[in-house]
Design a protein around this ligand. Structure first.
Ligand SMILES: *Cc1c(COP(=O)(O)O)cnc(C)c1O
Length: 387
């Protein structure tokens, strides 16, 4: 019988060693040994599947990859040192000079910079579409378009993209659909069900969930992952065995943690919705969210991030931050500790006011990554800071 998500997360394990350990040990080794000359020859010729060198593969990375593949319904994967290493290496492996990326405009800041400032060096161009205007996407597709790229829910605006609709467009035009699924985590949303060919995660966020390690992973169809693997084993963005071990352990509690993140986030969103100091609140599982129905269709719950706007613009926004006592002012998200950020003055300050407006960021906007403290304490801190 096929096992459930939580069971696979806890029970997926590598072969035991001679010591019959219960919990997977850490394989802090850069290389692996061979029986004899023939074993070494056959291993390098890839006539057998085995570990050779930890830039290519390592038991801890393999366990982490196997778990994420089961969670996402993917055939294979490769693990990276960070989320951005996964984004860069995946695209660099698949794209040639002259190719074109069709991307949602609301994407992670560093991915945006990669598309705008670095890919043009290799003559890889892009066009952005608004996730509200999927109808107009087809007019942006050129004969050179190879990849369609998006994130949902978006950062920091917490907008939701219709994965099924995008999947149909990608299929019709024979494009490789790549979804950065880091905001939802594989527990809440599995883009492959809706037509994605590859799914990317920053493991730094909900997967680790405790703010300790950087990591990234790409999973998906075997033939595309094979190309990502060929590129990455040469260029060297591999995840360290220690971080892989941490992450594989973290995944055992992913479902439990994310359930509580979502429960707390929904309660905070409901509190904010009724507050007179707040202009608007956005959270995918609030009925007032413009994409509530789509969120319900493709997500199990609303995620850990709530966005809202403090009345009074930039000044009121900064006053709110200076009054926060319990929550952290930090740049991460998906951590057990709740975190507040002010996108207009920090993560998105390099964008022009116009670009910020296009991604839905206003001066008074606050992003909260709701953590695992008791929800009463989270709400109490936000309430006193608004006062
Ligand atoms: C954080 C993040 C990344 C980058 O991940 P790193 O581990 O910081 O390199 C990519 N995409 C999204 C949506 C993120 O939130």
């Amino acid at each position: 019988m096929e096992k459930k998500f939580e069971t696979n997360a806890v029970r997926t394990q590598l072969e035991r060693t001679q010591y019959l350990e219960h919990s997977t040990p850490m394989y802090l080794t850069s290389s692996f040994v061979f029986e004899d000359a023939e074993d070494m020859r056959a291993s390098f010729a890839e006539e057998k599947e085995r570990n050779i060198y930890s830039r290519y593969s390592n038991p801890n990375s393999s366990e982490f990859i196997r778990k994420v593949c089961q969670m996402e319904g993917a055939e294979d994967g490769f693990a990276f040192a960070s989320g951005m290493a996964a984004v860069f290496s995946t695209l660099a492996a698949l794209l040639d000079s002259g190719d074109h990326i069709l991307s949602a405009r609301s994407i992670f800041g560093s991915t945006h910079s990669l598309f705008n400032n670095f890919f043009p060096k290799w003559n890889i161009t892009h066009s952005y579409f608004k996730i509200d205007e999927l109808d107009s996407i087809e007019s942006l597709i050129t004969p050179k378009t190879k990849v369609v790229y998006a994130e949902t829910p978006t950062n920091p605006g917490v907008d939701v993209l219709d994965l099924e609709a995008l999947g149909k467009i990608a299929k019709k035009h024979n494009l490789i659909m790549i979804i950065d699924n880091c905001f939802a985590s594989p527990y809440l949303q599995q883009p492959i069900k809706f037509g994605a060919d590859l799914v990317i995660h920053s493991g730094t966020k909900l997967m680790d969930g405790q703010g300790r390690v950087l990591a990234g992973i790409t999973v998906g169809s075997k033939n595309l992952v094979e190309r990502v693997y060929r590129f990455s084993r040469i260029t060297g963005p591999a995840l360290s065995p220690f971080n892989a071990w941490v992450l594989s352990k973290s995944l055992e509690t992913l479902a439990l943690r994310v359930d509580r993140h979502c429960e707390n986030a929904l309660k905070l969103a409901e509190f904010l919705e009724g507050n007179e100091k707040v202009n608007w609140v956005r959270y995918p599982f609030l009925k007032s969210h413009p994409k509530y129905e789509i969120a319900k269709k493709q997500m199990k719950a609303g995620g850990c991030v709530v966005a809202f706007e403090v009345k009074g613009g930039l000044e009121a926004g900064q006053k709110f931050f200076d009054s926060i006592k319990l929550l952290s002012l930090s740049a991460n998200l998906g951590d057990s500790r709740s975190i507040v950020t002010h996108p207009a003055s920090t993560t998105h300050s390099k964008l022009s006011v116009d670009e910020r407006a296009q991604t839905g960021i206003t001066d008074g906007m606050v992003r909260v990554s709701v953590g695992l403290e008791h929800v009463d304490d989270i709400i109490a801190d936000v309430k006193q800071a608004l006062g």
